[in-house]
Design a protein around this ligand. Structure first.
Ligand code: DHB
Ligand code: FE
Length: 284
């Protein structure tokens, strides 16, 4: 069980997520965006804000409270958490309109590059006393034409059975429940891990304050994060969820899709097993 003292704080998770984001600058080069596009997008965003003010008859105290809140999100390092929970799903859905193959979902703030490489049949690194129901995820990585993709990478990371991620919660050792699984000559993989718990976005900071003020809940359903990479193919970033799990229909990050729900079955030994195949489209 996690004790109060070693629970991660919003500020701690936010600071780590901010640092990781700053360290991975290559994914956001927009130097070529023409001024007309910048103006069009910024104008639309401001129109949305102005429209909300008019629609709800926003007062000066509310405007000033909003300014103070925005400042505290920045000071608390919570922008990566906030953007990935409340905005990323819309970008993902937009981009997905021109994609085929396995459905994607949001990356979220807790991806870490360069994790331990593991063979196609493997156990994810974990603590000696790691809690949680044993879970095996197996499957095959294929091209959208059905060709198996040998040597592709199934990069997997997920929360522990208390809902905490290694690299962001100080009491969880680095690399815990993370790994890059390399598929065999038939593109297959079998990953032994534990069932993650639902994840509660850090709620002791300004993002949590906003959620509470609005009467919402801060939960995401239990999920596995997976990024599948194969040479010559578009990388898929996705998440897999669990049938019957809490918050599946009320994900605070709105990142679930019916195609991404597993229904693991007990194999008679207390281990839950599920099969999921990934289909990657050739790179344009
Ligand atoms: C957040 C955390 C996640 O684990 C996730 O999948 C999406 C968002 C967050 O705290 O912002
Ligand atoms: Fe997550």
């Amino acid at each position: 069980m996690t004790t109060i003292q070693d629970s991660p704080t919003a500020a701690g998770s936010g600071a780590n997520a901010s640092q990781v984001f700053k360290d991975t600058a290559s994914t956001r080069d927009v130097a070529d965006t023409p001024p007309e596009r910048v103006a069009a997008i910024v104008t639309s965003i401001l129109q949305g804000v102005h429209g909300a003010i008019a629609e709800h008859d926003v007062t000066y105290p509310e405007f000033q409270a909003a300014k103070a809140w925005l400042m505290s999100v920045g000071e608390g390092g919570e922008w990566p958490l906030f953007m990935d929970v409340f905005v990323e799903h819309a970008v993902e859905e937009q981009v997905a309109k021109s994609q085929t193959g396995t459905k994607g979902s949001i990356l979220g703030p807790y991806f870490l590059p360069d994790q331990t490489r593991l063979s196609s049949t493997c156990s994810l690194p974990r603590r000696a006393d790691e809690q949680g129901t044993p879970l095996v995820l197996e499957g095959q990585v294929r091209d959208t034409d059905g060709t198996p993709l040998a040597g592709s990478e199934v990069d997997i990371w997920h929360a522990d059975s208390d809902g905490y991620y290694s690299g962001f919660a100080p009491h969880v050792p680095d690399g815990n429940l993370r790994g890059v699984v390399v598929t065999d000559e038939e593109g297959r993989f079998a990953i032994d891990t534990i069932q993650p718990a639902p994840y509660q976005i850090p709620h002791d900071g300004p993002t949590g304050q906003m959620i509470e003020a609005a009467g919402w809940h801060p939960w995401r359903p239990a999920h596995l994060h997976i990024q599948v990479r194969a040479e010559g193919h578009r990388t898929i970033t996705t998440q897999l969820y669990f049938a019957g799990g809490d918050y599946l229909d009320s994900d605070v990050a709105e990142a679930t899709k019916p195609e991404l729900v597993l229904d693991p079955q007990d194999d008679g030994t207390g281990t839950r097993r599920s099969t999921y195949d990934f289909e990657l489209e050739p790179e344009a």
